[in-house]
Ligand binder design. Sequence first.
Ligand code: FAD
Ligand code: NAP
Ligand code: SF4
Length: 677
Amino acid sequence: MIGKERYPHLFAPLDLGFTQIKNRALMGSMHTGLEESENGFERMAAFFTERARGGVGMIITGGISPNMEGGVGAKLETAEEAASHKTVTDAVHAADPDVKICMQILHAGPLANSPKVVGPSAVKSRIARTTPVALDEEGIEKQLRDFANCASKAREAGYDGVEIIGSAGYLLSTFLVEKTNHRTDQWGGCYENRMRFPVEVVRRVREAVGEDFIVIFRIAAMDMLQGGMSWDEVVQLGKKVETVGANIVSTHFTWHESAVPTISTRVPRAAFVGVTGRLRQELNIPTITSNRINMPDVAEQVLSDGHADIVSMARPMLADADIVLKALEGREDEINTCIACNQACLDHTFAGKETSCLVNPRACHETELNYEPTDAPKRIAVVGAGPAGLGYATVAAERGHKVTLFDSSHEIGGQFNLAKQVPGKEEFHETIRYYNRMIEVLGIDLQLNTRVDVQGLTAADWDEVVIATGIEPRVPDVKGIDHPKVVSYTDVIQGNVQVGKTVAVMGAGGIGFDVAELILHKGKSAALDIEVFAKEWGVDFDNHPRGGVTGVEPQVAKADREVFLLQRKSTPIGRGLGRTTGWTHRISLARRDVKMINGVEYLKVDDEGLHLLVNDMPQLLPVDTVIVCAGQLPLRKLYDELQGSGLSVSLIGGAYEALELDAKTAIKQASYLAAAV
Ligand code: FAD
Ligand code: NAP
Ligand code: SF4
């Protein structure tokens, strides 16, 4: 296989003595929501089986609680619960007996969604709803017993091992740091005592499962907390869990409440692997690294540089179940790359919705969305090669339909060609690369530079016409909107207009934020340069102060420009942004001194600038440029004109509904429709 030569480290087996992992690609743990859904175990079986067939060496499931207090929804405590899990383990092992599947044991501690929230001390997390009850000695003993019981039930359920999560602000990690552990007994105080609970969990689990069962400990190798764990403490913990029975240490780089982005698209690829590499030097057992490793060449580099023994890819396995297989077969250019947007995965998880993937709506929906070969191939014209048109065209062609894809532009991608130019959104290039390749692979007839009008589409030529013509930017009804200082976001992003030193951005949706980021940007994008990233977010990788961040001041490079970001609504600016990424956008602009004003009424634009009412008080912003980012309207003229033409016409994406339309909705809608045509 070509991939074994190209990625020798990735495809090298790993010998754990009693068992072997067939390669170094691990599917990292993700809570998908399937754990609690109806037919959840059947759906999980289908989800994991596709990834097992897709070539991964080892899978870690989403977190499962050892008891009710653990509070992540699904728990494993009883023989009956173990029997349900067998549906998953049997299916994975039947798909490929060489693939290992380990269950993550997750006790959320102070972050639990449980009627009984427990922790080392009664310290409420910034992001939790409840203050935990401090465990007493008996309570601690119960938790330890429950961990051991859960691990032995996981073995009964057919898992090859367990991963114990000791990071992220969940129970084990809250024992480790002084901020959340105020105890003065043997479980608190000095580090030896604070470490006792996680270490005891590992010891009890090992005792319960025997020697021939994989035990992974997930450690917060850099917890990104002010006053978090010091490097010595991380090393000490790693060594200790090794001594008491862990086979593998997996590194994690955050608590959920930390103020550094660690997985979003603005984080450079493989940003944190150097930390794992340092820990690897200290331990005698294999280490796993993770975060923003989304392509096989990145994984190979990490391994060949000696940063880790195994590479964890979680979201990349949502985006493409076959990522490892495609690397093995030398088909990397067919990989549907995770763009780290979090929009359909983590944003859903934190909103209590089922996980999926923006670029692959089949993820976690394998039992309901299938692209079956058609027995009645149709001639389909798709007008518009933005995300909606691309999603439709590729699914329909995969099923055997004969698809012609038109776009008036010289390139495919639609608005993704604007998005990819925003600093921090460079990964959007990958989606366009993927679709370009799939157009070739699937034999789609691509007609660029072709504006389709009603005369260009005749009933004799097409069985189906799909209109995916997208949007046009809204031009608000404001006096002076035609003043020369008023420009559209499309012209700004494409570099068609000069932007002045003082700027008002009219509209604070996703595009308003992106445009503000773009015009304030200076130097290299933090997403492409680990040093710039470290500076912007105040992380010291070299000296590793406590948590990696203690005492480090973030420093941003900023273009010489004053920006006002405006919104009519009185709600806080940026509220509509992604749940898990919105805060990074808000912080980034705040650090660039953007003045955010909500509750405005636009009065007029003239030579003086932008006249507003703010809280009913007149105000003049003496700006040189006003950039309009005031939402979008569906571009459906062609669709309307085709009514009554005798053609079977469908409407998708922004052309169907522009309000709150993002690429997630566009691709999902297109894929479901194309699966049914
Ligand atoms: P479009 O992408 O607008 O594509 C329509 C296509 O139709 C275009 O290529 C156009 O040339 C073509 N066309 C139009 N009329 C004709 C015709 N008559 N004949 C032939 N071709 C025609 N979404 C997210 O989910 N996450 C993000 O982070 C994100 N960031 C963004 C950042 C920016 C700066 C912008 C501008 C958008 C962003 N979006 C984001 C929004 C996302 O890009 C859109 O929701 C998505 O592109 C809509 O897809 P679509 O296919 O419906 O339309
Ligand atoms: P949007 O999120 O709907 O924001 C539009 C903005 O314009 C709002 O601030 C709105 O707030 C304002 N507005 C609406 N009508 C107006 C009017 N008549 N006059 C003046 N202001 C008006 O849309 P968008 O920013 O154009 O983004 C388009 C789509 O792309 C969205 O669905 C978005 O989710 C998606 N996108 C996503 C991301 C991401 O990171 N996930 C990034 C970019 C874009 P007020 O009415 O209160 O002023
Ligand atoms: Fe990756 Fe975005 Fe898909 Fe999540 S939704 S897996 S971040 S591409």
